[in-house]
Design a protein around this ligand. Structure first.
Ligand code: SAH
Length: 356
């Protein structure tokens, strides 16, 4: 068996390892800062550590590095990174995943430009949403923390010298279904010894695994987005099968339970499907559902993929839907669709590229 990747450890675990190795616990932060902040690829380079410790580390751990095997560029500047992840002898399957770099220029008079990185938490996805291409792959496997953080490190290198300003876990997979790895990866992304990214600039999107939502809010300080997509149980069930396990009442109760004192709002995502969930009546029911919640709604134009059993709502319908929400005092935005020509938009990530 190969060595464990040190990037799969959080600070606490490495502190324990240091203590067991007879080293002061503070060494752990120094080591992880070499790995994550400075991108050191091997322990020999860690000049503020003693030779003995460097040797022990090298005998125990590897420092893996993800490199995209392919980068596609869309006409709108969006770039899609394809990663081929190796399997191993312990039964971990080889897998392909994608990340997307999305440049955004805010409206005139608005704030500065953004560069948003969208990363995957699983290879494929087991949630089975009918309007999402990733669902058709099924779940291949969970990503390790190192594979989640590795996407960020690779994208930072690709984007440099331009900084990545926002990170969203909205690529392949259901983040809360890979809870421990996602929690650890978020620690690495936000910690001072890690990438030191402000949690306000990170958003995790969940299909709505209700029991994990309060725990997630307690464990992290990042933003939460919930994929709603429907306003009655029969309707949401058709689109999001997990609604059978966690129906709307359960999901909304979990969101209401969350102490949002220091957090702005929960974002509710709503994909606009023609004739399916896009009527004025749906918008009014959405208003009721969100009553009393600190919420905002992000309307997502449906990005079609081949074989999709849905059609996108016409633009005028989306705008009208937004107007109904706004007129009832519900904050609502329309997500701009990006990278469609390279199949990089929401719900289009499915790794169709033949292994070349
Ligand atoms: N598993 C997470 C992350 C999914 S991707 C979740 O369910 O939230 C982020 C968003 O894109 C989700 O709201 C998802 O429902 C939406 N989405 C999926 N397929 C889409 C498509 N074809 N067009 C537009 N949005 C889509």
């Amino acid at each position: 068996m190969g060595l464990a990747d040190i990037q799969d450890l959080d600070l606490g675990a490495l502190e324990t390892w240091c203590a067991d190795a007879g080293e002061p616990r503070y060494r752990a932060a120094q080591i992880l800062s070499w790995v994550h902040r400075r991108g050191a690829g091997d322990f020999a380079a860690m000049s503020n550590l003693g030779r003995g410790l460097r040797t022990r580390l090298a005998e125990t751990f590897a420092v893996g590095r993800l490199e995209p095997s392919h980068v596609d560029a869309a006409t709108d500047g969006t770039r899609k990174l394809l990663f081929t992840l190796p399997g191993d002898a312990t039964g971990t399957r080889a897998a392909s995943i994608e990340s997307v770099l999305i440049p955004q220029t805010d409206r005139p008079g608005g704030a500065r430009d953004r560069l948003t990185l969208c990363i995957s938490s699983q290879a494929g996805c087991g949630m089975g949403c009918g309007f999402c291409a990733t669902a058709q792959m099924g779940l291949v496997r969970n990503l390790r923390p190192a594979e989640i953080v590795g996407q960020v490190a690779a994208a930072l290198r690709l984007a440099a010298p331009e900084p990545v300003t926002n990170i969203v876990l909205m690529g392949m997979g259901e983040p809360l279904a890979n809870y421990d790895a996602v929690r650890l990866a978020l620690e690495v992304l936000t910690a001072e010894w890690g990438h030191a990214i402000s949690p306000r600039r990170i958003t995790v999107s969940t299909v709505g695994l209700a029991p994990l939502i309060p725990r997630f809010i307690a464990d992290t300080r990042v933003n939460l987005a919930v994929s709603l997509h429907g306003t009655t149980d029969p309707q949401r069930e058709r689109l999001v099968p997990v609604n059978r396990r966690y129906p709307l009442a359960t999901l909304m109760a979990a969101c209401r339970e969350v102490p949002l004192a220091r957090r702005k709002r929960i974002t509710f995502e709503y994909v606009m499907l023609a004739g399916e969930n896009d009527a004025d009546g749906d918008a009014r029911r959405l208003v009721q559902l969100l009553h009393g919640l600190r919420a905002k709604v992000n309307l997502i134009p449906f990005n079609p993929f081949s074989g999709a059993p849905f059609a996108p709502s016409p633009r005028v319908r989306i705008v009208r839907f937004q107007e109904v929400l706004l007129s009832h005092g519900v904050h609502a935005t329309i997500r701009e669709s990006r990278g469609q020509d390279i199949q990089a938009a929401c719900g289009q990530l499915a790794v169709a590229r033949p292994a070349a």
